[in-house]
Design a protein around this ligand. Structure first.
Ligand code: 26V
Length: 758
């Protein structure tokens, strides 16, 4: 069936037979077939509809994923094989939309896949950034940022013809709506709805990623704002947020009306999940629009409060958004009286200053508004939710204990196993049959194979194949030469101090010095980093520079380079994650305990048979609980201890370095002469100064325990059967981390979409 359609489409569009068709032509034909197939599916429907509103959806390339959901994957793969192509090669023709920073955006994408898979009526709503985040290029051992355009005439975007006016203080603009269809693997479809600025103008982009930040009527949907950016861009981000929520509120109310319900019935027929505080202005905007429909403020506030739920994704102070009321006055003056009224109303019942929406400095605390005027607030892993309840949001937990709930994150196994690691999926199916494809918990049936030597050996072979494939890809993409027989140790995530890429790099320094002194590891080690740093995050860029200099230093040293290799994978994105994850053996999840809300990369690596080297942070705690202490390598201080150190201001890196010559030797290496000569001394001195005097995220605190744990893990690696058993156990116990499970919990405890249907 697909065969006929594909042959026909190739002929109609390009006048070629399959044997003459180029990859590009195959791609374009498959894209239009997948779009037509999806359009034929019924839209998921029900008495209540979910809107998952988010500034970011890091969806990645869609072709193979959508073919899988449509049940066309196998057929496409077989047909292409007949003409010497693979689906993976054809998919190289697709441009990846980089519509997210990291975990929060990728989570939203996994959720869309699971919501559709479960047949629930729920759309994502976000913005159509033309250049996405940025493309990372490496020059002179430093990160450079370039635009990353992804929209071409052949993208997945479908114009809807819908337009909404958005009124700013200074001007009115028009939001135009595009859809990306989201097919579910059990039939039915939803949509990712992306608003674009009608008057957006790519010509105002100057060199690199700079542009006139004040030219709102032309720039609003050009770029996604990086998570740690410069002051001048902040107001632009508020404009983006209001643009998103104003158009979204109009869309929600329009659809409510079209389904035949009154504005006051909003809470019975719609539920809104607010993904972090970026879309929080949706609450006052909905209340304002209900007011225009004649609903009095207090009633409108009550209805909206029963419709909106808020997810918190971080406790990092700099990410908890607070906007000066003056800025809101500039961007959306019509919201100011609403926010003031909401603040007054909340304060009547709860006058304590720490729960006021508008504080005494005139700052509007977005999360506070979400909690007062939402019916649920959730954290993203058990530990994170506990920290919210006991510390960060404690005063709110005391007022509204019933609103707080945990929803441990998950990942879609369709992308991260079934599409992303076909050989492993096949290996699993040979052993336990196909049930795990629909029911992730069935993976536990692999456990009995822990005693089966043939299975263990073939699992090791599979991993070696994935490593070889990664080596080929990195050779081609950036000229890196990897040895598939080395241990592949990978840290892939945004660059942030709390994630402690620097600690990993300092282990590499330790290993380098060991090798130089004749103490070699049991076998060669390859440490791969993949990370973008926010353009204005100087220290994060210094860490990238240090890693790149270290890599060059080791590479130039004939005594070391056969035992240690350090690779920075350029421009980490969803596609590169797809390369790295199947090939990983040691998964680095080494954040300072208490700081990583959940992590989701940890789950992807585990599912693909890597062993986690990690702290008891975020979802690592739950991973450890499932696989057991024998199948994970833990180290470092506990979150309780870390929180105590912060509270008492008791952490002192200077003292640690004075008292411990081993630590000092590693830190001093940042200023090692030959290393300085390879790089930019200003950058390396800045990094050293920060590490030795400030070290806000306590890299030095856990470094020695980390070295112990990693050395131990490398020794365990040599018992190949034991390692394979650890790997198998991780795969078998990953089922809980399916986002299908997470979404069922959101629906059961927050959205009640299924219940409304009964
Ligand atoms: C912060 C900010 C601050 C203002 C500028 C724009 C902006 C954009 C993004 C962020 C970071 C949001 C927090 C985030 O990404 N959290 C991650 O969420 C993941 C999914 O829940 C979770 O697994 C990670 O642990 C958490 O760091």
């Amino acid at each position: 069936m697909l065969k006929t359609a594909l042959t026909q489409t190739l002929w109609d569009r390009f006048h070629v037979k399959p044997e003459q068709a180029s990859r590009r032509q195959f791609y374009l034909a498959l894209l239009s077939i997948a779009q037509a197939e999806t359009a034929r599916r019924p839209r998921n429907a029900g008495p209540k509809k979910l809107y998952y509103v988010s500034a970011e959806f890091l969806i990645g390339k869609l072709l193979s994923n959508n073919l899988l959901s449509l049940g066309l994957y196998e057929e496409a793969e077989q047909f292409l094989a007949g003409f010497g192509h693979t689906l993976a090669e054809v998919e190289e023709e697709e441009d990846e939309p980089s519509l997210g920073n990291g975990g929060l955006g990728r989570l939203a994408a996994c959720f869309l896949d699971s919501i559709a898979a479960l047949g629930l009526p729920g759309d994502g709503v976000g913005l159509n950034y033309h250049e996405g985040l940025f493309r990372q290029a490496i020059r002179q051992r430093k990160q450079c940022e370039e635009p990353d355009p992804w929209i071409s005439p052949a993208s997945w975007l479908l114009p809807t013809g819908k337009r909404f006016p958005v009124a700013f203080g200074s001007c009115e603009v028009t939001a135009v709506l595009y859809d990306i269809a989201v097919p579910g693997c059990n039939g039915g479809r939803n949509a990712l709805r992306l608003f674009d600025l009608e008057t957006v103008n790519e010509d105002i982009i100057e060199d690199g990623i700079s542009f006139d930040k004040t030219d709102v009527a032309h720039n609003l949907t050009l770029f996604l704002y990086p998570d740690d950016s410069d002051e001048e861009g902040r107001l632009l981000r508020l404009y983006q947020q209001y643009f998103l929520v104003s158009a979204t509120a109009q869309l929600i109310l329009e659809e409510l009306r079209e389904r035949g319900f009154a504005p006051e019935e909003l809470d019975r027929h719609a539920v809104v999940q607010i993904n972090d505080t970026h879309p929080s202005l949706l609450i006052p905007e909905l209340i304002r629009l209900l007011g225009e429909e004649g609903v009095p403020l207090e009633r409108a506030a009550a209805v909206v409060s029963r419709s909106c739920a808020y997810t918190n994704h971080t406790i990092l102070a700099e990410a908890l958004e607070k906007w000066p009321l003056e800025s809101i006055e500039t961007v959306a003056p019509q919201l100011v009286p609403v926010i003031e009224a909401l603040d007054r109303l909340a304060a009547q019942a709860h006058p304590a200053p720490e729960v006021r929406i508008i504080d005494e400095d005139g700052l509007v605390h977005m999360a506070r508004m979400d909690i007062h005027y939402g019916f649920r607030v959730n954290g993203v892993a058990a530990l994170h939710t506990e920290i919210l309840k006991k510390k960060e949001l404690r005063p709110f937990y005391e007022i509204y204990p019933e609103k707080f709930t945990n929803k441990t994150n998950g990942i879609t196994f369709r992308r991260w196993l079934l599409c992303g690691n076909r050989p492993l999926a096949g290996w699993i199916e040979e052993r336990i049959g196909p049930d795990f494809r629909k029911d992730a918990d069935a993976l536990e049936r692999l456990l009995p194979f822990r005693g089966d030597e043939d299975s263990l050996l073939s699992l090791l072979e599979l991993k070696r194949g994935a490593k070889r494939r990664l080596a080929e890809r990195l050779l081609e993409s950036q000229g890196a030469k990897l040895d598939p027989d080395a241990v592949f140790d990978i840290q892939a995530k945004r660059l942030h101090e709390y994630k402690r890429q620097l600690m990993n790099a300092l282990y590499a320094v330790y290993l380098y010095l060991e090798i130089k002194e004749g103490r070699r590891p049991p076998r060669p080690v390859t440490v791969l980093f993949a990370a973008k740093a926010a353009p204005a995050y100087t220290l994060a860029k210094d860490v990238i520079h240090f890693i790149l200099c270290l890599s060059a230093l080791v590479e130039r040293d004939p005594a070391a380079r056969n035992w240690l290799k350090i690779v920075m994978v350029e421009n980490y994105n969803v596609t590169k994650a797809g390369w790295l994850i199947p090939a990983c053996e040691i998964s680095e999840q080494i954040s300072l305990a208490s700081q990583e809300a959940s992590g989701t990369g940890n789950m992807k690596f585990m599912l693909n048979g890597a062993v986690t080297l990690g702290t008891l942070d975020g979802a690592n705690v739950e991973i450890a609980g499932r696989v057991g202490r024998e199948n994970i390598a833990l180290f470092g201080k506990s979150s309780a201890e870390v929180l105590r150190l912060y509270e008492q201001g008791a952490y002192d890196p200077d003292a640690l370095l004075r008292e411990d010559p081993d630590l000092a030797r590693l830190a001093d290496f940042i200023l090692h002469g030959p290393l300085l000569r390879l790089g930019d001394p200003d950058s390396l001195f800045r990094l050293y100064r920060d590490l030795s005097h400030k070290d806000w995220f306590m890299t030095l605190l856990d470094l020695k325990d980390y070295i112990r744990a990693k050395d131990g893990l490398l020794r365990r690696y040599e018992d190949r059967l034991r390692w394979a058993r650890m790997s198998l156990t991780n795969i078998a116990m990953a089922g809980y981390f399916s986002s299908d499970r997470t979404i069922r919990e959101y629906d059961r405890d927050i959205w009640h979409l299924e219940e409304a249907r009964r």
